[in-house]
Design a protein around this ligand. Structure first.
Ligand code: FES
Ligand code: FES
Length: 155
């Protein structure tokens, strides 16, 4: 058994030597918010936070995540109480098909923790590990800038 700590809850799961963290999130924990696209660590679609730092769940073996604190999109907010970044993506239409969105939001969460008042260029740079195949970048960047402003005003 593998003990995973996901969104402040501990889960004992069966994981083979080859199961990725993304596989286990989907197949054992039924958390489908973490999306897999390239499965090669290139697109950032599957981004989660591991000990607070962005990590690609398609490349991390579940067993490597044992003992680490994993945060997925399900851990950010709830449907009745969205995280400000989630809300800003909705308000600014920061998506088209939305397949990439959870990865962008997790990357943005880290970015705004590191830099609460980023410039447009710093947002673009901070999200450069994430690919949006729909090309919704201007809206995504605006969503992060809006979230940053709202989060600063909450402080
Ligand atoms: S699906 Fe993991 S980086 Fe593309
Ligand atoms: S909104 Fe479709 S891939 Fe980004």
């Amino acid at each position: 058994m593998t003990l995973l700590h996901v969104n402040d809850q501990s889960h004992e799961v069966e994981a083979s030597d080859y199961d990725s963290l993304a596989d286990v999130l989907h197949e054992r924990l039924h958390m489908y918010g973490t999306r897999v696209s390239c499965a090669e660590g290139e697109c950032g679609c599957c981004t989660v936070l591991m000990d607070g730092v962005p990590a690609t769940a398609c490349l991390i073996l579940a067993r490597q995540a044992e003992g680490r604190s994993i945060t997925t999109i399900e851990g950010l907010g709830t449907s009745g109480n969205l995280h400000p970044i989630q809300q800003a993506f909705i308000d600014e239409h920061g998506f088209q098909c939305a397949y990439c969105t959870s990865g962008f939001i997790m990357a943005a969460t880290y970015l705004l923790e590191q830099n609460p008042n980023p410039t447009t260029e710093e947002v673009a740079e901070g999200l450069s590990g994430n690919i949006c195949r729909c090309g919704a970048y201007p809206f995504i960047i605006q969503a992060v800038l809006t979230a940053a402003e709202r989060m600063r005003n909450q402080r």
